[in-house]
Design a protein around this ligand. Structure first.
Ligand SMILES: Cc1cc2nc3c(=O)[nH]c(=O)nc-3n(C[C@H](O)[C@H](O)[C@H](O)COP(=O)(O)OP(=O)(O)OC[C@H]3O[C@@H](n4cnc5c(N)ncnc54)[C@H](O)[C@@H]3O)c2cc1C
Length: 295
């Protein structure tokens, strides 16, 4: 029943797409290109994400990979300033590591034709953390245009940060969007924030062009302070935020002279992404409710 309601073509999903619209650029590549064009005009670069995850059949994994190839062509031909982000479970990780790696390599090769050839592997829940990192390392051994995401809430992440720095791999640091058990994850927001800043410092001082992904004003202030103390040039890292989240804050980061990239998801499989946004912030949940009642 619930699977039926949440399938992208169900009347329920189509009817409620207007609520997700604030956080999702649209259903088609053209919608995403338009959204990125607007961001670029405000001095913001982008990373395009084709929504979808937890794919268990090869045909869907192949179709998703081919959509990514078409996205890369659209980025190249439109001239927008964007790279891409991809979830390994969308391109076959749950079928097999080899399936995800093969599909990822097709994407990495096509991306090399674009002015920004970089491909970010998003990090998903802890059930696939280790496998995601292993597929990443295999790909990185052959392709330098791939990077990873590490989540500050996981207890393993300090070791993963050091490993990524040793490899000279690009890291996006985020808090982590998936609910994880206390045996492997920090539970309190204060602890997660403290770990975030402890990890941001080595990434900023010894890492390669880290992505500082957060809307949290305290973390942004903390990162600016690290940058000031160490005299780090503003072009050595970028802030990253999500499409539709705190647009004024995004504009202020540009005005203050920092690089900022916005993660722009599009497609019909918006449910999982949208529910994570609503679950992590009361303001997002209130926005979703008010959209329903103001319709
Ligand atoms: C570009 C980008 C890429 C990402 N990629 C990934 C990924 O690959 N994998 C992954 O797991 N996650 C990813 N995330 C999501 C990330 O892990 C967090 O879940 C998400 O960003 C929310 O955390 P935050 O640091 O932005 O701040 P938040 O915790 O959302 O806080 C933002 C602001 O809102 C305030 N606030 C927080 N809670 C409340 C509340 N209840 N009421 C009122 N105010 C509140 C805070 O004080 C703060 O000022 C990504 C995030 C970004 C920005």
């Amino acid at each position: 029943m619930i699977e039926h309601l949440l399938s992208p073509d169900s009347p329920f999903q189509r009817r409620f797409f207007f609520i997700a619209r604030r956080f999702v650029a649209g259903e088609l590549i053209g919608d995403a290109v338009e959204a990125v064009t607007r961001l670029n005009q405000s001095g913001i670069t982008a990373s395009l994400d084709f929504l979808g995850e937890d794919v268990t059949d090869r045909e869907t994994a192949t179709r998703t990979t081919e959509t990514y190839l078409a996205m890369l062509d659209a980025i190249g031909s439109s001239g927008i300033r964007s790279n891409i982000s991809v979830k390994l479970t969308a391109i076959g990780l749950l079928i097999g590591d080899d399936v995800a790696l093969r599909n990822l390599e097709r994407i990495l090769e096509r991306a090399r034709a674009n002015p920004d050839p970089f491909v970010r592997i998003d990090m998903e829940g802890s059930a696939v953390t280790q496998r995601t990192l292993e597929v990443f390392e295999h790909a990185f051994a052959e392709h330098e245009n791939v990077g990873i995401v590490l989540q500050a809430l996981l207890k393993r992440t300090p070791a993963d940060v050091e490993r990524a720095i040793g490899l000279r791999a690009r890291v996006r640091l985020c808090k982590g969007a998936y609910k994880e058990p206390p045996s492997i994850a920090l539970a309190s927001m204060d602890d997660i924030r403290a770990q975030y800043l402890r990890l941001a410092e080595p990434l900023l001082t010894r890492g390669v062009y880290p992505g500082i992904a957060t809307h949290d004003r305290r973390l942004i202030a903390g990162v600016k302070e690290i940058v000031r103390q160490h005299g780090i040039a503003h072009d050595r890292f970028e802030f990253q935020m999500l499409y539709g989240c705190f647009p004024e804050l995004q504009r202020r980061i540009v005005a203050d002279g920092y690089n900022i990239r916005v993660y722009v998801p599009f497609g019909t499989h918006w449910a999982g992404y949208f529910y994570r946004r609503v679950a992590e912030r009361r303001e997002n949940a209130l926005f979703a409710l008010s959209s329903i009642f103001s319709k």
